[in-house]
Design a protein around this ligand. Structure first.
Ligand code: HXC
Length: 521
C-alpha cells in the first residue's frame, strides 16, 4: 500500500492519500472476511499471478462518484476492480481483478468501463487478457447501467476473440448473465470449493424446478470440469491456479500475428520409443491411455492437458515438438473405446479452432472405432454437434499432421484430420485398420448369407473377418491412394512428426474470400 511521506509536497501527499484510500479497497474488516472465506484479495492475486514488481495499475482513482445514486467520491474504491498491465514469464499481459471487498465486486458502470478500456488496450498492444472474477454480479443499485456495462464487455470479448488470447479465472461467485464474459473467452480456470458459476442460484432452482442443490453441486469447479465442460482447468488452490495460468501462457502466442514462444528442451528429436512399438503391436481393441503416447512423442514428455476431466474419450492439450508449441488432439481408447460423441466433438472442435486462430500447429493422433451409438447421442444432436469438429478441422489452415495409430473407422476417419480435409502430412502405423467399419460388423452385413449357410458358421466368420482385415482394413489401401503419405514405424513417430512440423513451419494455405463461415453452433 502507498503511504504518504512527510518529505514530499502537499500535492504529492494528497495524491498518495488518495491512492492509499483506493488501494485499501473495502477496508480491513472486509479484507479479513475475504481471507476467512479462503480467498485472497484482488491485489494479492495480481501479485501472485504476475512477474514480481511488474504490475502497472490504471484507473486506480476511478470511483462511482454518482451523486444521483447518493454516492460520493471515494466511496467505491477503484469501483471494485483493480486493472492494469504487467508481465508473465517476461511477456506483456493485461489483467483485471474484481475486488469482492468493494460492494461484493459487483459490476457498475465505472467498473465495466475500466474492463472495457483494458480490453481495448490489450487488443491494440497485442497482449493476452487475464480476468480474475470474484463478483456478486450486476450492481443492483446501478440498474440498467450495470446491465449495459456487461453487454459492453461481452461485445469487446467477441471483438477480441481470435486477436489476443483471453483467459478467465473464476475465484468466487460468478452468477447470472455475468457468466457469459468467461464463456466468451478462450479458457476458464476455477478453484475447488471457492469458485461458483451459474445462471440462477440454488434458491431459484428450487423454486422453479423443485430440484435441491447447493452452490458446489450446481456450479462448482468439479461440476463445470466434469459435467458441463465450462471449466478448462481446475485447481486445488488459488496459488495452484495462477501457476497453471502462467504455464498455459507459455504455450500460446501474445496475439494472432505472433508465433508462440519456442522453448528448446534437451530432448533428441529422433528419440525412439519402445512403448509406442508395443502399443502398435497390441490388439486394436485393447484399451490404453493415449496420454502415454502423447508423452512419448512430446519434448521432455511434457503435456499440458486442457479439459482434463471432461469428455475423456478425447484428449486435447499442448506439447512442444522440437521446441515449438503444438496442439494435440487424440482419441483415448481408455474411455468409451475412444469413440467420438457430442461432448468430445465440442471439446476438440473448440480446441482446434483456438489453435487455428492463434497459428498453433495441430498434431492429431487417431485411434477411433467410430461415433458412439445410441438414442441419447442421436436425440442429443450428435449430427449437428458432431459436425463442429469436422468443420473446425476442415477450416483450419495451420500445419496439420495426423498419425493413425491402430484404427480409423467410418466417418470418424474423415473427421480426425484426414487427408481429404486438408491434413498436410498423414502417417499410419503398419497395423492400422482403416475402413468403413470394423471387420466383425462388416462381415455380418456383406457375408450374412454365406455365414448362415456355412457348415461351421463360427469358423466361416473367423475366416471372413481375417480376409476383410487383409483386403479392406489395411493401411496400404490408403497409402496406395495417397490418403496416407507414409506408413511409419511406431517407435519413430516422434522423429517423423518433428520433421514434418519443421517442413511445414512456413505453411501458407489460402482460404476462400468470405465474411465468415457458418459453423454448426
Ligand atoms: C450490489 C452487492 C451485490 C450486488 C453483493 N453485494 N452482491 N452489492 N450488487 N449484486 C454486496 C453486499 O451487499 C455486501 O455488501 C457485499 O457485497 C458482500 O456480500 P455478502 O452477501 O455479504 O457476501 P456473501 O455472503 O459471501 O454472498 C455473496 C453472494 C451474495 C453469493 C454473491 O452477495 C449474493 O447472492 N449477491 C447477489 C448475487 C446476484 O443475484 N447478483 C445478480 C446476478 S444477475 P456489504 O456492504 O455488506 O459488504 C446479474 C445479471 C448480469 O448479474 C446480467 C448481464 C447481462
Amino acid at each position: 500500500m502507498t503511504e504518504p511521506k512527510p518529505s514530499v509536497s502537499p500535492k504529492t501527499q494528497d495524491l498518495l492519500k488518495r491512492r492509499a484510500r483506493a488501494e485499501a479497497g473495502g477496508g480491513p474488516e472486509r479484507a479479513k472476511a475475504q481471507h476467512q472465506r479462503g480467498k485472497l484479495l484482488a491485489r494479492e492475486r495480481i501479485d501472485l499471478l504476475l512477474d514480481e514488481d511488474s504490475f502497472e495499475e490504471i484507473d486506480l482513482l476511478i470511483g462511482k462518484n454518482r451523486p444521483e445514486l447518493g454516492s460520493e467520491d471515494g466511496e467505491s474504491p477503484a469501483d471494485g476492480v483493480v486493472a492494469g498491465y504487467g508481465k508473465i514469464n517476461g511477456r506483456g499481459v493485461c489483467v483485471f481483478a474484481q475486488d469482492f471487498t468493494v460492494s461484493g465486486g459487483s459490476l457498475g458502470l465505472a467498473h465495466a468501463r475500466k474492463i472495457c478500456k483494458l480490453l481495448d488496450r490489450a487488443v491494440e498492444a497485442g497482449v493476452p487478457v487475464v480476468g480474475l472474477c470474484d463478483s456478486g454480479g450486476a450492481r443492483i443499485q446501478e440498474g440498467v447501467d450495470a446491465l449495459g456495462g456487461y453487454a459492453e464487455i461481452f461485445h469487446r470479448n467477441v471483438l477480441a476473440s481470435g486477436v489476443v488470447p483471453q483467459i478467465s479465472v473464476v475465484l468466487g461467485p460468478c452468477a447470472g448473465g455475468a457468466v457469459y464474459s468467461p464463456a466468451l473467452t478462450d479458457f476458464v480456470f476455477m478453484v475447488e470449493e471457492t469458485s461458483h458459476m451459474f445462471i440462477t442460484g440454488p434458491d431459484v432452482v428450487r423454486q422453479a424446478t423443485g430440484e435441491q442443490c447447493d452452490f458446489e453441486t450446481l456450479g462448482g469447479a468439479k461440476t463445470h470440469s466434469e459435467k458441463s465442460g465450462v471449466c478448462h482447468f481446475r485447481a486445488a488452490s488459488e496459488q495452484d491456479c495462477f501457476r497453471q495460468v502462467r504455464e498455459l501462457l507459455d504455450y500460446i502466442p501474445s496475439n494472432w500475428k505472433q508465433p508462440a514462444p519456442s522453448v528448446m528442451l534437451s530432448d533428441d528429436a529422433a528419440r525412439p520409443s519402445e512403448i509406442l512399438d508395443s502399443i502398435a503391436a497390441s490388439d486394436s481393441k485393447k484399451p490404453y491411455d493415449i496420454r502415454e503416447v502423447i508423452g512419448e512423442i512430446a519434448d521432455g514428455h511434457r503435456f499440458l492437458e486442457v479439459h482434463r476431466d471432461f469428455a475423456k474419450n478425447i484428449v486435447a492439450g499442448f506439447i512442444r515438438l522440437g521446441g515449438e508449441s503444438v496442439g494435440v488432439v487424440a482419441n483415448n481408447p481408455a474411455v468409451l473405446s475412444g469413440a467420438l460423441d457430442i461432448d468430445a466433438s465440442e471439446k476438440a472442435g473448440r480446441f482446434v479452432r483456438f489453435c487455428d486462430a492463434f497459428g498453433i500447429p495441430l498434431l492429431t493422433l487417431v485411434d477411433v472405432p467410430g461415433y458412439w451409438p445410441g438414442l441419447a447421442q442421436e436425440h442429443g444432436g450428435i449430427i449437428r454437434k458432431g459436425a463442429k469438429l469436422l468443420y473446425a478441422y476442415a477450416e483450419a489452415t495451420v500445419p496439420k499432421i495426423t498419425v493413425i495409430l491402430r484404427k480409423a473407422y467410418g466417418g470418424a476417419y474423415d473427421v480426425m484430420s484426414s487427408k481429404h480435409i486438408r491434413g498436410d502430412i498423414n502417417y499410419a502405423w503398419p497395423g492400422a485398420e482403416i475402413a468403413v467399419m470394423g471387420a466383425a460388423g462388416a462381415v455380418e452385413i456383406i457375408h450374412r448369407r454365406e455365414i448362415a449357410s456355412a457348415a461351421n458358421p463360427e469358423a466361416k466368420r473367423r475366416e471372413l473377418v481375417q480376409s476383410y482385415v487383409e483386403r479392406f482394413a489395411s493401411p496400404y489401401q490408403a497409402a496406395k491412394r495417397g490418403y496416407v503419405d507414409e506408413i511409419i514405424e511406431a517407435g519413430k513417430t516422434r522423429q517423423k512428426v518433428v520433421s514434418a512440423l519443421r517442413f511445414l513451419k512456413n505453411k501458407a494455405a489460402p482460404a476462400p474470400a468470405k465474411k465468415h463461415g457458418n459453423i454448426p453452433l
